[in-house]
Design a protein around this ligand. Sequence first.
Ligand SMILES: Nc1ncnc2c1ncn2[C@@H]1O[C@H](COP(=O)(O)OP(=O)(O)O)[C@@H](O)[C@H]1O
Ligand SMILES: Nc1ccn([C@H]2C[C@H](O)[C@@H](COP(=O)(O)OP(=O)(O)O)O2)c(=O)n1
Length: 225
Amino acid sequence: MNNPLPEIPIIAIDGPSASGKGTVAQLVAQELGYYYLDSGALYRLLALAAVGRGVPFDDEEGLARLAEGLTIRFEGGEVWLDGEQVGDAIRTEECGNGASRIAAYPRVRAALLDLQRAFLQAPGLVADGRDMGSVVFPGAMLKIFLTASAEVRADRRYKQLMGKGMHANIKQILHDIRQRDERDSARSVAPLQKCADASLLDTSSMTIVEAVDEVLAWFQQVCVR
Ligand SMILES: Nc1ncnc2c1ncn2[C@@H]1O[C@H](COP(=O)(O)OP(=O)(O)O)[C@@H](O)[C@H]1O
Ligand SMILES: Nc1ccn([C@H]2C[C@H](O)[C@@H](COP(=O)(O)OP(=O)(O)O)O2)c(=O)n1
């Protein structure tokens, strides 16, 4: 399927956990004055809602129903679930691992599709996740596969969690990241993989500013084509 609104420019940034997708995507969106979709946050919100409502992580039908009725709101970098502010609660590694588990179910993914596409508004959208370029916005103007070595990503996530005053153990984070990479890449539906038409950006030895500048430079190139 192509973009529902192909005339609106979309930058799709996919990649593994803690590669810097969200950070880079938000800065690019800010620079261009575009909207931003953090698709992983939707899977994290669903995992949190499932725990809160007692829906087991192996109940695909129950999770899909829950996804269809989610009441969520994004505003000013914060997020609300059923009226409760949950920005920090969804950022834990437990929630990320839960999100990765429930994201493997086709019916869960289907239930979240329209919600993700509803973020597409003029003047443009920067969307990050695992399947932005392959499934949700296959007609994106620019597709990027943003990655970094597992060790660099574990170090980034460790510092990020410590910076938020959250408990973190670097060995456990590296273990979880490898397990999540494996689960997200091996699933049968919308697996994490670089699309043939995506540009590879390995940020292992890049600063955030360098990564953002690279994305903006690629975007200028596709805009003048
Ligand atoms: N190129 C980079 N160099 C150093 N740190 C980075 C870089 N990109 C992102 N980070 C840091 O890594 C952490 C994880 O980034 P985040 O955007 O949350 O990743 P993702 O969305 O892929 O999980 C953040 O604290 C961010 O500031
Ligand atoms: N488009 C997406 C986004 C996230 N997911 C799943 C798989 C991921 O491991 C979890 C959490 O995603 P999120 O992007 O928040 O995770 P990271 O910040 O990269 O660690 O959700 C997905 O399957 N498809």
